[in-house]
Design a protein around this ligand. Structure first.
Ligand code: NAD
Length: 283
């Protein structure tokens, strides 16, 4: 079975971005800038943010970190977003989710200027994806599409089954696959006969958040399996799929860790560089 090495594909993408930034820095006069807002002390979020900042540094993107107390008010957070919207050195704004319960995430996401929305969560960018228009794409599904392309795995005419219908993974992934001419089925917690759907899939995408949810008996021989899940267990980080069982049947599969996760961050950097190029060519 072919292991879809997201770590290596992400490193390739970062190298490409690094060269692109270095090549245009003289002309543009400033590095790309990503503002990262973290509210509160959630340990998993803190790890993600540190990782994103480290990756930015590696390719030559300036990261501007904003660590806010967990009792930050909605209006203070909105003021910060407005300030960053106006800051000419900021090309992308990332609001690390989830926010503490008293804050309105959707309202904050909608406040980020669509042209700085490098996470692709603003309704305008989601609408653009739906219509097949250019715009920022949600990083996890866009990273998955880049990974499949890196291995020349075309979804054209293929039966693709997604398990999970979240706004950040399942739904945008369905639209991207459709845009690449796949036949798409989205399964979720109310789907009857999940196994029947998954068994006929040429490509399976698991984004559920439950370790070992997809087992070998659910997978068609020769299928491609993309494991989006990140679950913290006593055995460390695991995905949603039974990797050892499925590897006997699948044509190709992503590991966890080292599959979709690194691609998500690389895509965020790529979106930031795209914003930088677009914004600096307008001035
Ligand atoms: P979520 O947690 O918002 O929702 C889970 C989805 O699974 C729902 O749509 C639900 O309908 C579906 N589901 C739950 N039980 C089910 C069942 N029994 N049968 C079928 N479907 C069922 O989803 P999310 O935010 O997309 O996260 C999913 C997983 O992906 C999590 O483990 C998350 O940590 C991970 N994730 C990874 C990355 C990455 O970069 N690798 C990015 C985002 C999310």
């Amino acid at each position: 079975m072919l292991i879809l090495d997201g770590k290596a594909a992400a490193a390739n993408l970062r190298n490409k971005l690094k060269k692109e930034i270095a090549g245009q820095l003289g002309e543009v006069g400033r590095k790309p800038g990503l503002a990262v807002i973290l509210v509160g002390q959630d340990p998993a979020s803190a790890v993600y943010v540190r990782n994103k900042e480290k990756n930015c540094h590696e390719v030559g993107i300036s990261s501007f970190g904003y660590r806010l107390d967990s009792d930050t008010s909605q209006s203070d957070l909105e003021d910060l977003i407005q300030k960053l919207n106006l800051d000419p050195d900021v090309d992308g704004i990332l609001l690390q989710l989830p926010l503490p319960g008293h804050l309105d995430s959707q309202k904050c996401l909608e406040l980020i200027l669509p042209e700085k929305d490098v996470d692709g969560f603003h309704p305008e960018n989601v609408g653009r994806l739906t219509l097949g228009l250019p715009g920022f794409r949600s990083c996890t599904p866009a990273g998955i599409m880049t990974l499949l392309q890196a291995y020349d795995l075309s979804v054209t005419g293929k039966d693709c089954v997604i398990i999970g219908r979240s706004n950040i993974v399942g739904k945008p992934l369905a639209l991207m696959l459709l845009g690449s001419n796949a036949t798409v089925t989205v399964c979720h917690s109310r789907t009857s006969d999940l196994k029947g759907h998954v068994l006929q899939a040429d490509f399976v995408f698991a984004a559920v958040g439950r370790p070992g949810f997809v087992t070998a008996d659910m997978v068609k021989p020769g299928a491609v399996v993309v494991d989006v899940g990140i679950n913290r267990t006593e055995d460390g980080l695991v995905g949603d799929c039974d990797f050892e069982g499925i590897r006997e049947k699948a044509l190709a599969m992503t590991p966890v860790p080292g599959g979709v996760g690194p691609m998500t961050i690389a895509q965020l950097l790529s979106n930031t560089v795209d914003s930088w190029k677009k914004r600096t060519s307008q001035t």
